[in-house]
Ligand binder design. Structure first.
Ligand SMILES: Nc1ncnc2c1ncn2[C@@H]1O[C@H](COP(=O)(O)OP(=O)(O)OP(=O)(O)O)[C@@H](O)[C@H]1O
Length: 219
């Protein structure tokens, strides 16, 4: 399997409770998988573990036949060939839209880089905004740039945590379709967390529901 989380257990430092216990998830190359579940069930934690922002207490994470986390191995986030889009989309404030998207492309020949960025700008419907800075954009526009920036270096895996939460309905639908087309064209595996049923229906091919490792004693 292209992505394989095997028997992952995890608890945050300073807490006694496991968020995940013997959790398993697999995805094939190019597959788009959504993760749903109750608030606090551990959806974002799964994304953070795959990204390398948290270290599992037990279990093995494999991406593209390479172990990135187990008892003895830990590959840092920047070495995992993973694109990430989080709710707070954290763009570089001192860089324009164009330069934000270009950030991970320094190795690419200039002409090829321009073509790639122009294509991504068109995808997010923001070609006219390429010289603006993040503070000159709406929340939804910043989010779209974050998606383009994550896809630019052609990652093995795209992780998204509530990526469309600030985008209006009409654009959201268009973006889902376009992102799906790009992911399919480039065979990028994508795991995303959402609360939105339409995201699940329009974008994902398979859905995983996270069940809390420990159910609260009082409901
Ligand atoms: N940094 C942290 N330190 C301690 N506990 C944390 C931390 N981050 C999350 N948790 C706890 O871990 C559990 C899972 O959190 P997580 O954010 O993964 O849930 P989620 O399913 O993504 O929730 P939501 O749908 O509300 O975003 C929750 O009980 C949460 O309170």
């Amino acid at each position: 399997m292209f992505l394989d989380l095997k028997d992952i257990s995890f608890k945050y430092d300073g807490t006694g409770q496991y968020v995940l216990k013997d959790f398993n998830l697999q995805a094939a190359k190019g597959e788009i998988v959504s993760i749903i579940g109750l608030s606090g069930s551990g959806k974002s934690t799964v994304i953070r573990l795959i990204a390398g922002l948290e270290v599992p207490n037990a279990g093995t994470i494999t991406v593209n036949n390479r172990i990135v986390a187990d008892k003895t191995t830990f590959v840092p986030p920047e070495k995992r060939r993973i694109g990430m889009v989080f709710q707070d989309y954290a763009l570089f404030p001192h860089l324009t839209v164009y330069s934000n998207i270009a950030f991970g492309l320094s190795e690419m020949p200039k002409r090829e880089r321009q073509v790639r960025i122009d294509r991504l700008l068109a995808l997010i419907n923001m070609s006219e905004y390429k010289d603006r800075y993040p503070y000159q954009l709406s929340g939804g526009q910043q989010q779209r740039v974050a998606v383009a920036r994550a896809l630019a270096p052609n990652p093995d895996l795209l992780l998204m945590d509530e990526p469309f939460s600030n985008i209006d309905c009409e654009l959201k639908q268009k973006m889902r379709m376009e992102i799906r087309t790009i992911l399919k064209a480039e065979s990028v595996t994508c795991i995303f967390v959402t609360h939105d049923k339409s995201d699940v229906e329009d974008l994902s091919e398979r859905t995983i529901t996270i069940v809390p490792a420990l159910m609260p004693s009082v409901c």
